[in-house]
Design a protein around this ligand. Structure first.
Ligand code: KIV
Ligand code: ZN
Length: 528
């Protein structure tokens, strides 16, 4: 992509569906990736990295489906510097209106010696061949020297220059292992911009990992040196400690526009709805105190702060909640609220639902209003999320359950489940506690055996009648999966969270796949 005509405009390259999705607990199926791609398009990102097509048939299909459907942003596919990867990416992106192939090759001494077993010269040749091959499929080619932040500066500049000569239009400088600190990372960008011939013709991009908690700070430091593309993920999901968080970098630029003088195309009012959508789709929640999108990000508890806020919000608030998509009032609905009021609130919260979805949400709302006096925004979000992510694509549905948690008697549960093929099962089980008994009964009934690695329950809102949110993380076939359930009955919420995970497994959404970082000897897939 050519640099935008406005020199202060920063391109947002979203890699939630590639670098984000490959992290434990964040895998998505094709329908979920499409749903997220639509949300990213609406959010206004410039580039969507849709996946790593050679990694698995599932990755290929999702890149292809996103390339077919999503108009507006550039759709990018990742490839290592070998012909098989690049050809596969080219094929997956064939139908995209705006496409980009993103080729990468490690350049640091440690990667050259131990992972690739290639000399400097071989790396340069391979990079040039890879970029040239990608050019056969599209003009827009991004090159990433993997582990750039630990690469010798002179060699890094040499590889980048050759990649530009071969036709790269974006040079992405990854801090693959999250080793850089802001001044160091800024030095790298400054050095490259000064020493790489052709720098003025390409867009410099930054790709930071958060191992030291510095991904956003490093990206900002690089922007000050002239980088004009940031690679980031919603909620900062990604390998290990994650990637640069999209919502944080965007709001840093916007809130401190006086300092950075940079702009993006992001509709910031969709930041929180997009973050929530991702949490819903993956089951991976953000921590309460997460900047911008965490539940407490705009909560003021201290009396002195509350007093100041009442006198003038800007005493303690640098951003307005509504600017990131949090409605300014937590309007309370109840038993007597009508369909119209509910619809208006759902829209205010950033969701788009059709009439049949609204009808289902309204029915669930009425049931909830019978159990709970005041329905808050968080309750409505839980209802909408539940309705939008249940039903047609589920293999198993909860019919009913009973469980016993008396004192002095072993806890037991019997969960009745209905399969999409019409059969029903109910296998009683004994557990260490009622939740454990419910899980065992579900596992017995469905025949799916998994290991629970984390389980938490928290309340969605305040009050004793609050809905409980159960979050579960499991390990299955060496992959981590997360599930979430919400209900006023916490045992039912737990059963729903387990079922979400079971359904992902039952629908064979958990497929083994390769990661870009997996070592595949280059000679297995020769470049030429
Ligand atoms: O972190 C990294 O180096 C990557 C590359 C594939 C760009 O994700
Ligand atoms: Zn990365």
């Amino acid at each position: 992509m050519a640099a935008p005509s406005d020199p202060n405009r920063v391109l947002i390259f979203d890699t939630t569906l590639r670098d984000g999705e490959q992290s434990p607990g964040c895998s998505m199926n094709l329908a979920e990736k499409l749903e997220m791609a639509r949300a990213l398009r609406d959010l206004g990102v410039d580039v969507i990295e849709a996946g790593f097509p050679i990694a698995s048939p599932g990755d290929f299909e999702s890149v292809q489906a996103i390339a077919r459907e999503i108009q507006g942003p550039i759709i990018a596919g990742l490839a290592r510097c070998n012909f098989a990867d690049i050809d596969r990416a080219g094929e997956a992106l064939r139908e995209a209106t705006n496409k980009r192939i993103h080729v990468f090759l490690a350049t640091s001494a440690i990667h050259r010696e131990f992972k690739l077993k290639m000399t400097r010269e071989e790396i340069i040749n391979r990079a040039v061949e890879g970029v040239a091959r990608a050019k056969k499929y599209c003009d827009d080619v991004e090159f990433s020297p993997e582990d750039a932040a630990r690469t010798e500066l002179d060699f890094l500049a040499e590889v980048c220059e050759k990649a530009v000569e071969a036709g790269a239009t974006t040079l992405n400088i990854p801090d693959t292992v999250g080793y850089a600190v802001p001044s160091h990372y800024a030095d790298i960008i400054r050095h490259l911009k000064k020493n790489v011939r052709g720098s003025d013709k390409v867009v410099y991009s930054v790709h930071c990992h958060n191992d030291l908690g510095l991904a956003v700070a490093n990206s900002l430091a690089a922007l000050l040196e002239g980088a004009r593309q940031v690679e980031c993920t919603v909620n900062g999901i990604g390998e290990r400690a994650g990637n640069t968080a999209l919502e944080e970098i965007v709001m840093a630029m916007r809130t401190r526009e006086d300092y950075y003088k940079l702009t993006t195309n992001i509709n910031t009012r969709l930041l929180v709805p997009t973050s929530r959508k991702l949490s819903m789709v993956t089951g991976m929640q953000v921590q309460r105190n997460k900047a911008i999108v965490g539940q407490n990000a705009f909560a003021h508890e201290a009396g002195i702060h509350q007093d100041g806020m009442l006198k003038n919000p800007s005493t303690y608030e640098i951003m307005r909640p509504e600017d990131v998509g949090i409605p300014s009032t937590d309007l309370v609905l109840g038993k007597h609220s009508g369909r119209h009021a509910l619809k208006a609130r759902i829209q205010d919260l950033g969701y788009t639902v059709d009439e049949s979805q609204l009808q289902r949400i309204f029915e669930a709302f009425k049931v909830l209003a019978d159990r709970k006096k005041s329905i808050y925004d968080a309750d409505i979000e839980a209802l909408v999320d539940n309705q939008l992510h249940s039903g047609a694509s589920e293999a198993w549905q909860l019919v009913n359950f009973s469980c016993n948690a008396s004192f002095g008697v072993p806890p037991t549960a019997a969960v009745s489940l209905k399969h999409a093929d019409g059969r029903t099962v109910c296998e009683p089980a004994v557990g260490d506690g009622p939740v454990d008994a419910v899980l065992k009964s579900i596992q017995r009934g469905t025949g799916i055996d998994l290991k629970v690695t984390d389980y938490r329950v928290r309340s969605v809102t305040g009050g004793l009648d609050a809905q409980g949110e159960a979050l579960v993380e499991v390990e299955y076939d060496n992959r981590k999966l997360s599930g979430r359930g919400v209900n006023t009955n916490v045992i039912e919420a737990s059963a729903l969270a387990f079922l979400q995970v079971i359904n992902r497994i039952a629908l064979r959404q958990v497929r083994p796949r390769m990661k870009p970082s997996d070592h595949v000897p280059q000679e297995v897939v020769p470049a030429v």
